[in-house]
Design a protein around this ligand. Structure first.
Ligand SMILES: NC(=O)c1ccc[n+]([C@@H]2O[C@H](COP(=O)([O-])OP(=O)(O)OC[C@H]3O[C@@H](n4cnc5c(N)ncnc54)[C@H](OP(=O)(O)O)[C@@H]3O)[C@@H](O)[C@H]2O)c1
Length: 311
């Protein structure tokens, strides 16, 4: 089976299509014929070597974590999905390989696809929505009457965060680029500031939580926008920020919370229409290399970029 892989860390030129034999199916594993796989910034950061200290040394390595498709086979201990089910899911970044015709997923990271969503839409959910959940529900504790400021409220994580916060009863303000203001407003963000209008939001209202999806706000600025008991949530760690996150009460890092519990909660919200990802570009799997390169190097595309596999 074909997949997108690379033989050493580096830029987009390292990516190529390769033949790959999936390992034998483990007792807790699910084999999925991939119909759609969504591109996350993390995919090219991994290929660039951002997490190489945590990876094994073997190559080639596959790319991609988030996908949706149809179950082809299940291990003996799997009870949550059956052959023929339409599913979506993700994989541990160390085992990346979702930009492929088939994937083997841990049963703990697969859930039934909400019937209301296309394969492309469902593939967009896992990492962005699980990260937003960790930030907005677990860290910021979004609740009725609380207020949250989302820096980058129209990106994949940002728009999931807005929807989750509103579903949990919070009021959301935030920043976006000029082309995303209309969609952010339609999603319920009020007020929305341009990134460049920093003085307006730094000197305005105070919030119960500030969620910086982009890592551009600056910790001091983020903290200055908080109510006395508020929390600043960051998802773009650097070494100093990791340490700060461990010792500070008001500054917290959040990471995608991987597991069936959150994936199922996300699927349930998607079934109710409370969580819907915006697909921006659908490209053929055959065009994966050029599509990934464009997504990585820009210009900025609106909505998620999804690879569609042949049925
Ligand atoms: N900690 C974790 O577990 C975790 C998980 C997932 C993602 N992340 C990180 O979170 C960040 C956001 O991820 P995402 O999936 O939401 O990304 P995304 O969908 O590509 O969103 C990008 C956001 O960045 C804004 N942006 C501003 N200037 C930009 C530029 N020059 N090029 C591209 N975008 C620009 C966009 O704003 P406008 O649309 O308003 O212009 C948009 O809100 C990434 O750095 C990613 O690595 C961390």
């Amino acid at each position: 089976m074909r997949r997108v892989q690379y033989d050493r860390y580096g830029g987009p030129a390292e990516m190529h299509f390769g033949e790959f034999d999936l390992p034998l199916l483990g007792r807790n594993h699910v084999r999925v014929a991939v119909r759609a796989a969504a591109i996350n910034p993390f995919d090219w950061k991994l290929r660039q070597g951002a997490m190489k200290l945590f990876m094994n040394r073997s190559f080639p390595k596959g790319m991609g974590t988030d996908s949706a498709g149809v179950v082809e086979a299940v291990g003996n201990d799997v009870t949550t999905v059956r052959v023929g089910d339409e599913v979506f899911g993700t994989m541990d970044f160390k085992k990346s390989g979702a930009f492929a015709e088939q994937v083997t997923l841990d049963a703990n990271l697969v859930a039934k696809k909400p019937p209301q969503l296309s394969f492309a839409e469902a593939a967009c959910l896992p990492i962005p929505a699980m990260t937003a959940w960790a930030a907005v529900v677990d860290r910021a504790r979004a609740r009725p009457g609380s207020s949250i400021f989302v820096n980058g409220c129209a990106g994949a994580v940002g728009s999931s965060a807005v929807q989750l916060a509103i579903t949990h009863g919070a009021r959301v303000a935030g920043t976006s680029g000029p082309t995303s203001m209309a969609s952010a407003s339609a999603a319920g963000v009020q007020p929305i500031f341009a990134y460049s209008n920093k003085s307006a939001y730094l000197n305005g209202e105070k919030f119960d939580a500030v969620f910086d999806t982009l890592g551009t706000l600056g910790v001091g600025d983020g903290l200055s926008m908080l109510n006395p008991d508020g929390v600043f949530v960051d998802i773009n760690p650097t070494a100093p920020r990791l340490i700060r996150g461990m010792v500070s009460r008001r500054y917290k890092l959040a990471f995608a919370t991987m597991g069936i519990k959150h994936l199922s909660a996300i699927a349930e919200l998607a079934c109710k229409g409370a969580l819907r990802p915006a697909v921006g570009v659908e490209a053929r799997f055959e065009d994966a290399l050029s599509t990934l390169t464009k997504a990585e190097l820009g210009p900025r595309l609106s909505g998620k970029v999804v690879l569609l596999m042949k049925t």
